[in-house]
Structure formats: structure tokens, C-alpha cells
Design a protein around this ligand. Structure first.
Ligand code: IVH
Length: 670
């Protein structure tokens, strides 16, 4: 190599070390050490050097993270040591039985507690990474355990996975095993994007992670915020592993690999069980999904002695939480009347534990869904609960039918007020046509007083039901005429609580305009739309008078919404109720300074032509909400708002993993 080449090679190597260090600081530790501009400079310099010296380019270069060429299909990749599975324990007694078994295999007397390493069981996709002299040379999925799919190009795009391990005492070759996951928040966002693009949403974060990793085009993987957790060891050469699992994970950590932070060394099963319980309590608030904890003999020597049965190590067990899906019986199907009169069929099921929550009701959505899934009263069904979504019936176990199951049809009349139910052509929803339906009224009040609307603190569903049932509220404005003597006799009230409720109602008399607009419960008008309307029309009167074309001028309002707003105001009932309400409230008109600072601290980059907004309108919307608009994309950019014919900024955003949104998503965020 010429001296010049040598110099370039050294500079490239040093740039790679530098960039790796910053990637870890940014993606693993969440604590960047340099500005984005400085980072970009390093990155670009490396890209330049590689472009002019392809012979010197390292396969482990961070520039490879942006996703290489799309593949025709995945190559097969055989694991050095097979990837096994785990036996399960579903309850504490089974964990105790496991502990007894392990004592026997190790020939250790029962009274001597064994030392276990307990950590999370990540619900993702298992992965096998191969590092040679510290360099990531291969990544493969589990496959059938012996042979998986080579997804190296995709795994390279995952920023938290080092392309080069840190430290000096590195193995000549090591298989490091772990799990690739997609955080729940990103899953929800990804699904929203899928739906906006008219693509099928993923059933759960695990499927989304798998779908994102098994992409033939690594650029797609690069755009998905996958991460990983590592815990396992496969074939190793040229290195002596530590003596315990706990030390092994510490080593992985020191190499720059992400490991689960929630882990504990436990002496005996009782300590494992209390770890399991603690994690169960925290489960819902974890940023990613888990389906249990994994319990492993901490000593590698003991793991070895315990050996294997079938395809599972005897010294480890998956201590699982109750599944998110459960089977139960549909005892009845009832109709729930919504605020807009929607008649939603709901299955009343035998109480069943789904993921730690007792479920008694599950939505059936509408008649088409009942028909499509052929759900009948008396059926055994699988129900599921995802995140905080209402439980739903996913499928019927038809093989368990006995012949006396009954079909269900949404009735022709509202079950509450008896008015005819109507299902407009082309719509899936059947509605109550009654204008004085008590069920509708209750739901409308609940909607009006909720936190994001006028916010009457402490006015819960049960109290609303009572107020309506007692005839104290017949229309929403009646809420503001309630007196102490009305509330006190209600069940569950004493002097203090009655006064508290009246104070809360009083407190809600000065709402911001958008809260009232949202609170009216106009179909299709959510909080975000209400804010847009408030901003544009500045008063209820102006909104009431706005014609369809004026409504359509508001970015983010389409024909369906405009139609629904017009329709709402065309009902004299609604108009008179609103007039009375306005007389009782002191509505705060929006001023620019009064806009909720949704985008405080967020940086946007605009590119391409947006379908409904001009560039300056979009900029103003961002700035009014405390956001910043910048001219160029960097790692610090929070969002790239892209329209048609977006160019290099879009490519840059994708390569940096910056979130790209279109106008519709942008308006939703407002
Ligand atoms: S140890 C012999 N630890 O669960 C396999 N596995 O049901 C040793 N998993 O295939 C696995 N989190 O993909 C281990 N902290 C954890 C885990 C974990 C998730 C997965 C892994 C394994 C499957 C077994």
C-alpha cells in the first residue's frame, strides 16, 4: 500500500471509530456528545473517502447502515450452534417444580438455594449476530433453529447494534443472540402510517418487528425504529466466556451491545417469583412488549451440567404472563348506543383474564363484522386486548359449536328509545334516529365533560348516568343549572363531594373555543380538527355560519368532515342547545399566543409540494405551535414533512431514520 493509501486508510478507520462512539452515545445511551452538524461532517467525510477508495471501504462502516441494495430473496445461514427454545412455566407452582428439577439434575440438596439470573422475555424476533474480531459479519433470523435467513443488510441499519464491538479482549469469533423488537409507540405510529397508505396494519409489535426485519429492501428496514436486546451466546472461538450469565451480559454491555436493564440475580424461587410480580406490575408501562421473564441458572458451569431435554436447556425456563388472547364464551350480545347514535354490538362474555385484566365485554364493531366472523350467541371465541384498545373478538372456535348457538341482528329499533334504527347505504354503522334518546344524551354529556373537552373534573360516567336518569339533565346546558340541592340526594354524594362537583362544573365555564367545538361531539370532529376550526373561525357563531366551501378552506378538513359539520348545525335542536350553552359559558377565543404549543422544541424540515397547504401556511402552523422550521435534514430533525416530488431531503431523512410524515399525518398531529 502506498503511503498515501495508508494515510487514507488510517483516516477512514479513525472516522469509523469516532462515528461508532457517537452512534452509541446517541442510540444506546441517549446522550449525544456532539452536535448533529459535527456528526454529519464526520459521516460525509467518511462517505467521500469510501466513494473515492472503494477498495479500502470496510464492510463494517457506519455508512452501510443506510441500507444497501434490495435482495431478490434471503440467503440461508446456518448457525454455528443451533438456536434452541425454552420450556414454559405458567404459574409460580411450575416455577417451583422447575427449581426442584434443577436441584435433582445438579445433585444439589433441596435446602440449598440455587442462584438464578432473571430478566425480561422480550416479545420480538430472535436473532443471531456473528462478530469476527469485533466486526459484525453476519446476522441471521432463528429460522428452524439450525438454519435461518441472512438478514445482515437489514440488521446493519439498526443503529443500536454496533457494527464494531468496543474493547480489546474480543473473541476471534462469537455468536451473540438476542431479540429484535419494535417499541409499542413506534408500532402504533407505524400502523397509523400503514393505514394512511391503505396498507394492512400489523397485528402486534412482534409481527411488525418481524415484517420490518424481513424486508428484502434494507431501506425499508432502515426507516423503521427497530432496536434489540442481547442475552445469549452461541459458538465462540478465541475467547473464554465469563463464569456467569450476569457477567456475560455485563461484557455484552461493555462491548456496546444493548442488554435489558431490568435484570436481577435471585437466590431461590421465591426471589424469582417476586421479580416476576414486580415486572408484571410494570409491564404495561414498558416501552416494548414482553411476554414473561426468563429464568436462567446464573452459573454457566451449572447450565452445562443440567444439559438439555428435547430442544430446551434444562437450566432455563420462560416464566410467562397470561396470554393477551384468551378463549371465552359469548353469553349474550347487547347494543351500546354511542354519542352519535351509533348502535354498536358488544359481546357479553364469561369473565376471562386477558393479559392481567378481567374482560367481560368485547366489541363486535358492527353487523358486517358479526357476519364476516359469523359470531353467534353461545359461541366460544378468541378475544384479544392490544395496548389500551377495547378488547375485541378475533375469531370463533367453530369446532366447539353444539348447534344451539343463536345468530344476532342489530334490531330495527333503538333498544333505549325505540326510535327506528337506520343504516345509510355504503356505511357499516347502524344508528338510532331518535333526537331525544337518553343513551345518546348520556354519551354526549360524557364526551362534553371529558378532560380534552371542557373538562369537568370528577364528573364520571356513573354520575352522568344518575343525573340523566333522575331527569336533572335533559340537554347539555342543564349541567350549568345544577344546584347543591339537586346533587346532594344522589347516591354516593355527601355535602363535601356535592360541593366539589359544583365547583368543578363552575370551573369549566371558561373553556377555550376548541374545547367547546370538540365537546359538541360532531361526527368526525376530533380534538385536532376542533383546534383547526377554532383557529380559523375564532367564534362559535362564525363556525355556525360557515358554508361548506369555507370549511374546506381549512387545511385538513375534507368533504366528509365539512358535510358532517354542516349537517350538525342544520339541526334546529342542536342550534338552540348550543345557543343556550354559549349563553352560560364564557368561551375564550384563540389568540396566536394562546395556541397550544404542540410542537415546542420540535424541528421540522419541509420538502416537496403539499397537497393542501402552501409552504408558508405549513411553516406558520408549525411556528405558531412552538416548533422550528429548518432548511436541512440532520439527525436532530424530528420530522420531515414531505409532499409530492420531494427530493434529496427525503432520502437523507430516510437514511438517518428521521420520521417522515405527509400532510395528513401532520394535520393529525395538530
Ligand atoms: S434465553 C435456549 N432470554 O424466547 C434459548 N430468550 O421461548 C435461550 N427470548 O428463542 C433463550 N427474551 O428468542 C432468552 N431474555 C431472554 C429472552 C429470550 C426473549 C426468546 C428467545 C427464545 C424464546 C424462547
Amino acid at each position: 500500500m502506498s503511503t498515501e493509501k495508508k494515510r487514507i486508510h488510517e483516516e477512514m478507520a479513525s472516522l469509523i471509530r469516532e462515528i461508532e462512539k457517537h452512534d452509541e452515545a446517541y442510540y444506546v445511551n441517549d446522550a449525544p456528545l456532539i452536535s448533529d452538524e459535527e456528526y454529519d461532517r464526520l459521516f460525509r467525510r467518511l462517505q467521500e473517502l469510501e466513494a473515492s477508495n472503494p477498495d479500502l471501504a470496510s464492510p463494517a462502516s457506519p455508512t452501510r447502515r443506510v441500507g444497501g441494495k434490495a435482495l431478490e430473496q434471503f440467503a440461508k445461514s446456518k448457525h454455528g450452534i443451533p438456536m434452541l427454545s425454552l420450556a414454559n412455566a405458567m404459574e409460580p407452582a411450575e416455577l417451583e417444580a422447575f427449581d426442584e428439577r434443577v436441584h435433582r439434575f445438579l445433585e444439589i440438596e433441596p435446602a440449598k438455594p440455587l442462584e438464578y439470573f432473571a430478566e425480561l422475555k422480550f416479545d420480538g424476533l430472535s436473532i443471531n449476530l456473528v462478530y469476527e474480531n469485533g466486526e459484525l459479519v453476519r446476522a441471521a433470523t432463528r429460522g428452524d433453529g439450525e438454519t435461518g435467513e441472512d438478514v445482515t443488510g437489514n440488521v446493519r441499519t439498526i443503529r443500536s447494534i454496533p457494527l464494531k464491538l468496543q474493547g480489546s479482549d474480543l473473541p476471534a469469533r462469537i455468536e451473540v443472540r438476542g431479540e429484535i423488537v419494535l417499541p409499542v409507540e413506534d408500532f402504533v405510529r407505524l400502523n397509523r402510517e400503514q393505514e394512511l397508505k391503505g396498507q394492512k396494519p400489523f397485528a402486534n409489535p412482534r409481527n411488525a418487528a418481524a415484517g420490518s426485519l424481513r424486508q428484502l429492501d434494507p431501506k425499508v428496514t432502515a426507516s423503521r425504529p427497530l432496536t434489540g436486546f442481547f442475552y445469549g451466546i452461541g459458538e465462540v472461538s478465541g475467547w473464554t466466556p465469563p463464569k456467569t450469565h450476569a457477567e456475560y451480559e455485563k461484557t455484552l454491555e461493555s462491548w456496546g451491545l444493548p442488554v435489558g436493564k431490568l435484570r436481577r440475580i435471585c437466590k431461590g424461587p421465591a426471589e424469582v417469583i417476586s421479580f416476576y410480580r414486580e415486572i408484571e406490575d410494570a409491564r404495561e408501562s414498558l416501552p416494548f412488549e414482553i411476554d414473561g421473564v426468563v429464568v436462567k441458572l446464573n452459573s454457566f458451569a451449572q447450565q452445562q451440567t443440567a444439559g438439555f431435554v428435547a430442544r430446551s436447556p434444562r437450566g432455563m425456563i420462560a416464566f410467562k404472563y397470561p396470554p393477551k388472547k384468551s378463549v371465552t364464551l359469548v353469553e349474550d350480545i347487547q347494543i351500546q348506543v354511542g354519542r352519535t347514535g351509533a348502535l354498536t354490538p358488544v359481546a357479553v362474555v364469561s369473565p376471562v383474564n386477558v393479559n392481567g385484566v378481567i374482560v367481560r365485554r368485547a366489541t363486535l364493531h358492527n353487523q358486517d363484522e358479526i357476519d364476516r366472523k359469523d359470531i353467534r350467541i353461545g359461541d366460544h371465541v378468541v378475544i384479544q386486548r392490544a395496548g389500551d384498545v377495547i378488547p375485541e373478538v378475533v375469531e370463533v372456535l367453530k369446532e366447539r359449536r353444539r348447534g344451539d348457538e343463536r345468530r344476532f341482528m342489530i334490531p330495527d329499533q333503538c333498544p333505549v328509545c325505540g326510535s327506528p334504527s337506520v343504516r345509510p347505504e355504503g356505511e357499516a354503522v347502524t344508528r338510532c334516529s331518535g333526537t331525544r334518546c337518553i343513551a345518546k344524551l348520556k354519551e354526549r354529556i360524557k364526551h362534553f365533560v371529558q378532560k380534552d373537552a371542557v373538562n369537568v373534573e370528577g364528573l364520571g360516567d356513573k354520575i352522568v348516568d344518575q343525573l340523566v336518569d333522575e331527569g336533572l339533565i335533559r340537554r347539555i346546558p342543564d349541567l350549568y343549572d345544577l344546584e347543591f340541592s339537586n346533587v346532594l340526594p344522589l347516591e354516593g354524594f355527601a355535602e363535601k363531594s356535592a360541593q366539589k362537583l359544583l365547583n368543578a362544573i363552575d370551573h369549566s365555564r371558561t373553556p377555550e373555543l376548541y374545547r367547546v367545538i370538540f365537546g359538541l361531539g360532531i361526527r368526525h370532529v376530533g380534538e385536532a380538527t376542533a383546534k383547526l376550526l377554532a383557529q380559523k373561525f375564532k367564534s362559535i357563531d362564525a363556525l355556525a355560519l360557515a358554508g361548506e366551501s369555507e370549511l374546506l378552506e381549512v387545511g385538513g378538513i375534507g368533504e366528509e368532515m365539512a358535510g358532517s359539520i354542516r349537517e350538525w348545525f342544520s339541526h334546529p335542536e342542536n342550534r338552540s342547545e348550543l345557543e343556550e350553552l354559549v349563553g352560560k359559558l364564557e368561551i375564550l377565543a384563540p389568540s396566536n399566543s394562546g395556541v397550544v404549543q404542540t410542537f415546542a422544541g420540535k424541528t421540522f424540515v419541509l420538502t416537496g409540494t403539499l397537497p393542501g397547504l402552501t409552504r408558508s401556511e405549513a411553516e406558520k402552523m408549525i411556528e405558531d405551535r412552538g416548533g422550528k422550521v429548518s432548511g436541512s435534514v440532520s439527525k436532530k430533525t424530528d420530522f420531515v414533512l414531505a409532499g409530492e416530488e420531494a427530493g434529496s431531503k427525503l432520502d437523507k431523512a430516510r437514511s438517518l431514520g428521521v420520521r417522515v410524515i405527509d400532510e395528513a399525518q401532520f394535520l393529525l398531529m395538530l
